[in-house]
Design a binder for this molecule. Sequence first.
Ligand code: SF4
Length: 303
Amino acid sequence: MQKYFNDYGSWIRSKFPFKVQKIAVDAGFSCPNRDGRISRGGCIYCDNRTFNPPYCNPGKSVRKQIREGKAFFGRKYPDMKYIAYFQAFTNTYAPVGDLKRLYEEALQDSDVVGIVIGTRPDCISDELLDYLAELNHRTFLVVEYGIESANDETLRLINRGHSFKCCEEAIRKTHERGIITGGHIILGLPGEDANESLRQAPIISSLPLDILKIHQMQVVRGTQLARMYAEQPFHLYTVEEYIELTARYIQFLRKDLVLERFVSQSPPDLLIAPKWGLKNYEFTNLLMNYLKANDIHQGIILE
Ligand code: SF4
């Protein structure tokens, strides 16, 4: 079958002989971009209420959250195995001893076959990476970095509190240790039009990343971005525009880069715009149809 892009579903199925499901875990971390170490405002689009599904609550231990996550997913697939996804806030923002305890607590559950750690590129130390390299020999491990943009001007505007160079270094050091390395970017950030995104695509593709998540810009209630949007509305992509841009973007991405997602879905009551009303798989179907109709493939421009 012809492959239009290197999809995460096929990739993860190739890694395990059984079905796996991610369980989001909120281990109660903070974020240096919110607690004052870097800033108190956070990234202008950030609202951590959008991070967590209902079973996930930092008041509960990691063990309990995993048990409840398993009960939630296991009803449908009793033989399912799980990957603990440390997702909310910055999941490497604590002393290494505390981090080890929390990650290892997740792995104590016999149905947990791996962990994914979402974090900022400025919250990773050599000491932690050395421990993660050792952990990587014992379990399936992904470290996922918020990159968001390859443009320092945009990173300043969205108050990320780190540069693109910082992302490059963290990704390189993680990759050098043989750890599967993921990245997250947003298309449609304020100040970035389609041409700017397409300028950045080869730069993102040149990073030693294994997995990429691409998200559309969303304006969420209660954020600094929502205030900016109310004062001076800026253009947010229609679904048609975003499909066209995503299709053009992936032409610049290495064929071996695994593409995990193209959209995120903030809870409808928190989302101000854009209101596409599409589930993840519905968007992927629309994108697939577009790719087929226009004979577009990931990496075609690099050939
Ligand atoms: S780094 Fe993540 S958790 Fe911290 S403010 Fe930005 S989006 Fe929010």
